[in-house]
Design a protein around this ligand. Structure first.
Ligand code: FAD
Length: 386
């Protein structure tokens, strides 16, 4: 299948060249071993791709979200899974936008060089889920430290990160005017915290995605690790979500193209009843439809990127891109599996692995209903439901 003209061809080509060193077999073996794609993440880091969004003055390449998105897209389009390392690209945004100059100088150059990994962001909690403002993890200031107690769940890449952004309450919800106030964000040095107040319990899950439950038991964090102003953490986190959603949309778009390309190739080659199965419109049309939907999602992704890169509000576009892309990739996954018949279930075809991987994005980092809720309230002006 020939590629149509696309944005940032030079970046795409360079990422593809790197990914060529990590073929399907590599990711299949990593998946089977439930391992971390260390060599792949290392190569991406050394090539500077994960530092795309860090400004040049802090050692990054200072690219826009549009360029960053095609890096993520190409990784997934080549058969890989950027979910193993996407946090390193966007988690630093909170620090970049709201951190002090001293914090930025301390962390960003190390992150850009790959010497420091800031792969994790801890927001979700087991008892409150999507209702983030009700989170229970609390950080209490004691002299020059904050003492943290509570629990988080589904916190990804902690075992492969040096640093983590933590959202915790610094003022109990009963004592603030608005429930979105009174939360703060901290940078936690995992190398110091694990075993000294922070316990990490891995969660085995459907995908080979390193994710964990975290238990905070009087974890002490230096007060200077507070990012921005105390009490404004929820707004700072929200601020970073548009980049995260848009980049994850790009990963889904990469997956979507991968499924369509594999399905079209197989449909052209597999002979049943004496002819390629793709000659049957019942096989060809669903693949064509999946392609159309991936292309449409890609345009919404660029709409989000362009607004973000111009510094304009892009919440609606980022949410819509995430939804369209996650839906398109999941539909393409279904079509690809169906086209492969029984062989779609065989691990050596990689369809079942990518099928599991792409399914995650209808749930995380934001579930479908919560996207609908955002659009209903903020775009359509419907009454707020929670
Ligand atoms: C593999 C994986 C990795 C993750 N990594 C991270 C991470 O690194 N950091 C982090 O902080 N979190 C992470 N998450 C958490 C993820 O963001 C949440 O799972 C997701 O936002 C959904 O929250 P929940 O699981 O608590 O679902 P719940 O909030 O319990 O919701 C369950 C279902 O009910 C629906 N629902 C809830 N309330 C409403 C409502 N009012 N109206 C309509 N529908 C509603 C939801 O849409 C969802 O479908 C990860 C999750 C997974 C599975």
């Amino acid at each position: 299948m020939e590629r149509r003209p696309e944005r940032h061809p030079e970046i795409r080509e360079a990422v593809r060249a790197l990914c060529a060193g990590f073929p399907d077999k590599y990711f299949r073996e990593v998946d089977e071993a439930r391992a971390y794609p260390e060599a792949f993440v290392d190569a991406l880091t050394k090539a500077g791709w994960l530092a795309a969004l860090i400004p040049q003055e802090y050692g990054g390449s200072g690219l826009g979200l549009s360029e960053a998105s095609v890096i993520m897209e190409e990784i997934n389009r080549c058969g890989g899974n950027a979910g193993a390392c996407h946090g390193q690209m966007y988690n630093m945004g909170t620090l970049l936008r709201h951190g002090s100059e001293a914090q930025k100088r301390e962390y960003l150059p190390g992150i850009a060089a790959g010497k420091l990994r800031l792969q994790s962001m801890a927001v979700t909690e087991p008892t409150t889920g999507t209702d983030t403002t009700q989170l229970k993890t609390i950080a209490v200031r004691k002299g020059d430290r904050y003492v943290v107690n509570g629990q988080k769940v589904w916190i990804s890449r902690v075992q492969h990160s040096d640093l983590m952004i933590l959202l915790a309450r610094t003022t109990p919800v009963g004592e603030v005017k608005r429930k979105s106030e009174g939360m703060s964000i901290f940078i936690v040095d995992l190398r110091e915290a694990i075993g000294k107040g922070l316990t990490v319990q891995p969660i085995r899950n459907m995908v080979n995605h390193e994710t964990n439950e975290l238990f905070f038991d009087n974890l002490e964090i230096p007060a200077e690790n507070l990012i921005g102003e105390e009490g404004k953490g929820f707004h700072y986190i929200l601020d970073g979500l548009n980049a995260e959603r848009t980049l994850i949309a790009a990963e889904c778009i990469g997956d979507g193209y991968w499924f369509v390309e594999r399905a079209a190739k197989y449909a052209g080659e597999r002979i049943v009843f004496g002819r390629p199965i793709g000659k049957n419109q019942g096989v060809a049309f669903p693949i064509a439809e999946a392609f159309i939907e991936v292309e449409a999602a890609s345009l919404m992704r660029y709409a989000a990127c362009d607004r973000f890169d111009r510094g304009e509000p892009c919440g609606s576009e980022a949410n819509m891109a995430k939804h369209l892309a996650a839906k398109a990739s999941w539909e393409a996954a279904n079509v690809c599996l169906q086209t492969h018949g029984g062989f779609g279930f065989a691990a050596e075809y990689d369809v079942e692995r990518k099928f599991r991987e792409t399914r995650l994005y209808l749930v995380a980092p934001i579930s479908t209903n919560l996207v609908f809720s955002y659009i209903a309230e903020h775009v359509l002006g419907l009454p707020r439901s929670f």
